[in-house]
Design a protein around this ligand. Structure first.
Ligand code: FMN
Length: 331
């Protein structure tokens, strides 16, 4: 067992955690990453107002299953009153952590004053946090922020301090500004500045996709935990790679046969957990199938074929053909 950090009363292994990703890191994805060792999981973002008006889709997003724990449910919203009410409802799902999204750059969210729009209004961000903390009682409230709204207004350290004073139990920092969206490089200097500004745990996020980049994030920022988003696409193995290093176990990277086995397992899980019929659920599975093929000979062509998949049998056949191609090249 390696080191642990505490987020409120929740112990988290100091390895790497899966980032929240709406439309990607759903229950099937989280379970796959948990099996490979993510330190904790976070739900896709859920609208605080949506919960208050109790739509069904929202309730499904808040559900926490035991194998996903420790798990945070992530909320977004711009009004302290709705946030408090939403937290109260979410507590019914017994999350280990409640996280508030103050980093989402998408216009649909930002235009309501939520997500990264809150980087422009630290006072309101603090009031939202205070309301959530009060409603959450013993359940820790964490906040996920960006480095700032734009390059001229980088304020993550001040923002983090204000949120700490408002009762946040930890801060996750994506080292990009809102106007960068997902382009350019994450700025590790800002994450380091946040770490120096607060006493609560700081979670470093941005561009980590393997052990080397994870160690770099730890070393250059002094952060308490690392969070991985896109680097886990078709790659739950990244969590085992990192976990092995911290627990001193030997790590053997997966060969193409294991990758295809895990891909098929992931697809089966998507089909099993989906309420849709096989053909429609396969639409959800297609992008994941394609990601497991990244980086190999001929993968562009095969990825294109993944986007045509409409049954599990077809996925099995494609995986076998893909593995055979790699074998024929000596892999
Ligand atoms: C498809 C996608 C969906 C995302 N959805 C969320 C979300 O629901 N909540 C959130 O806080 N961040 C979300 N993010 C941001 C990620 O959590 C993360 O901060 C960002 O991708 C940078 O980390 P990475 O370089 O490891 O991917 C999303 C990112 C992507 C690519």
């Amino acid at each position: 067992m390696g080191a642990e950090i505490m987020i409120g009363r929740t112990a988290i292994r100091k390895t790497a955690a899966l980032a929240p990703m709406a439309g990607v890191a759903d229950r099937a994805y989280r379970l796959m990453c948990k099996e490979y060792g993510t330190a904790y999981t976070v739900s896709e973002m859920v609208s605080a107002k949506g919960i208050c008006y109790s739509d069904r889709k929202t309730a499904e997003l808040c559900t926490v299953t035991d194998p996903e724990r420790p798990m945070a449910v992530q909320l977004f919203g711009s009004e302290p009153e709705f946030m408090a009410k939403a937290v109260d409802i979410v507590l019914g799902y017994e999350p280990d952590i409640i996280d508030i999204n103050m980093g989402c750059p998408v216009p649909k969210v930002v235009n309501t004053g939520a997500g990264s729009a809150l980087m422009k209004d630290p006072d309101l961000a603090a009031r939202i946090t205070e309301a959530a903390v009060k409603a959450a009682g013993a359940v820790p409230v964490t906040i996920k922020i960006r480095s700032g709204w734009n390059r001229e207004t980088i304020n993550a350290p001040e923002m983090a301090k204000a949120l700490e004073n408002a009762g946040a139990a930890a801060i996750a920092v994506h080292g990009r500004t809102r106007d960068q969206f997902y382009s350019g490089e994450a700025d590790l200097g800002v994450i380091k500045a946040v770490k120096e500004a607060v006493k609560i745990p700081v979670i470093g996020n941005g561009d980590v996709n393997d052990l080397a980049s994870c160690l770099r994030m730890y070393e250059e920022t002094g952060c308490d935990l690392v969070m991985i988003g896109r680097g886990s696409y078709g790659n739950p193995f990244v969590f085992r790679e990192i976990d092995s290093r911290f627990s001193g176990e030997e790590y053997l990277p997966p060969d193409v046969d294991e990758k295809m086995r895990v891909m098929l397992k992931h697809i089966r899980l998507i089909l099993e957990l989906s309420e849709k019929n096989e053909e429609l659920a396969m639409h959800e599975a297609r992008k994941h199938a394609a990601w497991y093929m990244n980086g190999y000979y001929g993968s562009a062509k095969f990825r294109g074929r993944c986007y045509q998949l409409s049954s599990y049998i077809e996925a099995e056949e494609l995986a076998a053909e893909f593995a055979e191609l790699q074998h024929s090249r000596g892999l």
